[in-house]
Design a protein. Structure first.
Length: 261
């Protein structure tokens, strides 16, 4: 009876020991089954991370490539604009060069024509002869023409009107009074007054040569004249008329007298 009474306890203890032993084995089995799965999951996660990093780098490279392409496109657009501006400037310069060439050709033609005129003038230089010479007198320290001087100039214009290619020399003088520089200025004013009168009577300015000489070339002293008379003769403008000898007066080269108003 004692043995029977202790048997359930022994069986219970054995069952507990068996269960405990079986539980340890189950956990070990479970661990052994889960570990490969965990390792596989870790490998998958690692590869996923690598894939994400690769995708991120690819996206970064792609964006960098796009930026470079945009930059190159902008640079190309800028160069295209520069080329267009350069082309427009080249067109403008080409037009200016063409205009300059045309102007140069016109000037060359004009110069050739003028050269022919100069050559003809040079050929006629030796043919010019003195036709007349008149003195136009002025008052002391004066440069205004008086009635007598204007009358003489009218006679000079009338005499030169029928001459071939007449040229007038107008030289102003003063007496020996006053400083040299002042006398030169006064003599120029006297010569200019005569020139203005001639031009006012339609004598071409190109046919007049004007010069003020001050007292550098006074009249030849006359021992029979008084000092006051000599000074009066010094205060003058000499008008000399030159003309060519050959041929009749050309219509375009004549001096046309204008009747006195």
């Amino acid at each position: 009876m004692r043995l029977l009474k202790g048997l359930p306890v022994a069986i219970g203890l054995g069952a507990l020991i068996a269960l405990a032993t079986a539980g340890c084995a189950t956990r070990k089995f479970v661990r052994q089954g889960i570990e490969p799965v965990n390792r596989r999951v870790e490998e998958v996660n690692k590869k996923a991370d690598q894939t994400n990093q690769a995708l991120a780098k690819l996206e970064e490279d792609t964006q960098r490539g796009i930026s470079r392409a945009d930059e190159r496109a902008l640079t190309a657009d800028g160069k295209a604009d520069d080329a267009a501006r350069a082309a427009r400037q080249a067109d403008v310069k080409a037009g200016e060069a063409a205009q300059l060439a045309q102007n140069a050709q016109q000037l060359a033609s004009q110069n050739q024509s003028k050269l022919g005129d100069v050559e003809r003038m040079v050929e006629n230089l030796d043919k010019y002869k003195l036709v007349s010479a008149e003195d136009i007198l002025f008052g002391f320290n004066k440069s205004q023409l008086g009635p007598e001087g204007k009358a003489k100039l009218d006679q000079i214009i009338e005499g030169a009107a029928g001459r071939n290619r007449a040229v007038l020399e107008v030289e102003g003088f003063t007496d020996k009074s006053g400083p040299r520089e002042y006398n030169l200025t006064l003599s120029r004013r006297r010569a200019d007054a005569v020139t203005r009168y001639l031009v006012g009577r339609n004598v071409p300015l190109r046919s007049i040569h004007t010069l003020g000489l001050g007292s550098e070339q006074p009249v030849t002293e006359n021992t029979g004249a008084s000092r006051a008379e000599l000074r009066k003769q010094m205060r003058r403008v000499v008008v000399r008329v030159y003309a060519t000898e050959a041929g009749p007066a050309a219509t375009t080269a004549r001096l046309e007298a204008n009747p006195r108003q």
